[in-house]
Ligand binder design. Structure first.
Ligand code: DAH
Length: 341
């Protein structure tokens, strides 16, 4: 075979080679287009070609190169497309996981509690977190010089002795009673704030649920039965409760309610202090002075009220040992709470 025939054969090969995959394409590239491609040898042989044929010979060599370039980019595109299509349609590929959200544990508990009271006719009321002194304290029978103000370390707004971050949801009682007439049967969930040192057991922000029932002839017995119903719904049908006498400025008489938790979880006397009883809320008959402050006649109406913290109950329920975890938004913590309380 003379040189011309050899180069013609190369043209044909470059144009028609079967290139089945990326490796074969790389071989092809090396052979025709790489730094040590086969054409180099033929260019070197140019001097052996008769002078009158050199131009045509050169053109043939260039033709090989052109063929190779065209074919190379064609096949390259095909392979890229094929890889992409294959990727899109690979039904055996593992699915991309869909990140499932979970409710915040505080919302779970709040919702449970609200549901339980809604079933016996309590309606939800939400009100402001920036409150004035009157609704938070004065109306609730806690005037300026009242020692009970020291029970709750208050965040006042800057340069204000009037506006504060509410220290309890009891402020909503005053909001409701000044706006509506009895019968009043409300439940008020929300965030409250106290100027306390943050530790594993206490925080400067937490959540409470307040309850208020005012009507003609509301008695202590009604309160006890309502709270007993609530405790059994939340903690189970066998739950036992007890009421201990206590003191709050806005109720008279006042009590604290415990549920029987047992000593099964008692590790360091933290949970029930060795008694088996877990304190979950404060309650009492609305003090007549509070009704009067809010424009409701205490000679006609009476009522009961209660207030409970959410974080502590959740800590018991979910065995959370550091209250700060509620507010850190750590996904590893939050992702645990996929299901209802
Ligand atoms: N406000 C009280 C607190 O934050 C809790 C409380 C006690 C609310 C007795 C009430 C109540 O409505 O009757 O500690």
């Amino acid at each position: 075979m003379n040189l011309i025939d050899e180069v013609n054969a190369l043209i044909q090969e470059a144009g028609e080679a079967d290139i089945m995959n990326a490796e074969a394409l790389e071989e092809y590239r090396k052979r025709f287009l790489g730094t040590k491609n086969i054409l180099k040898g033929y260019f070197a042989k140019m001097k052996d070609v008769e002078p009158e044929n050199r131009k045509a010979f050169g053109q043939l060599l260039n033709e090989v190169k052109n063929q190779a370039e065209t074919r190379y980019s064609e096949v390259q595109t095909l392979i890229r497309q094929a890889t992409r299509v294959q990727h899109q349609l690979d039904l055996t590929a593992p699915a991309t996981p869909i990140a499932a959200g979970a409710r915040h544990p505080i919302s779970l508990i709040l919702n449970r509690i609200v549901d339980i009271f809604a079933r016996i006719g309590f309606i939800v009321v939400e009100d402001r977190e920036i409150e004035d002194d009157w609704h938070n304290f004065t109306a609730m029978n806690t005037p300026d010089d009242h020692p009970a103000r020291d029970m709750q370390d208050t965040f006042y707004l800057k340069d204000s002795s009037t506006y504060l971050l509410r220290t309890h949801t009891s402020s909503v009682q005053a909001r409701v009673m000044t706006q509506r007439k009895p019968p009043i049967r409300i439940i008020a969930p929300g965030r409250v704030y106290r100027n306390e040192t943050i530790s594993a057991r206490s925080h400067c922000q937490f959540h409470q649920v307040e309850g208020l029932y005012v009507d003609k002839g509301v008695s202590f017995r009604d309160m006890k039965q309502t709270l007993y119903y609530f405790a059994r719904e939340l903690y189970g049908p066998e739950t036992r409760i007890r009421l201990r006498p206590s003191y709050f400025p806005f109720t008279e008489p006042s009590a604290e309610m415990d549920v029987y938790w047992g000593l099964k979880d008692e590790t360091d006397y933290r949970i029930t202090k060795g008694t088996g009883w877990l304190e979950i809320l404060g309650c009492g008959m609305v003090d007549p002075a509070v009704l009067e402050n809010c424009g409701i006649d205490p000679n006609v109406y009476s009522g009961f009220a209660f207030g409970m913290g959410i974080e502590r109950q959740g800590m018991q329920k979910y065995r959370i040992n550091d209250i700060r975890q509620y507010f850190e938004n750590d996904m590893r913590f939050l992702a645990h709470f996929g299901s209802a309380f």
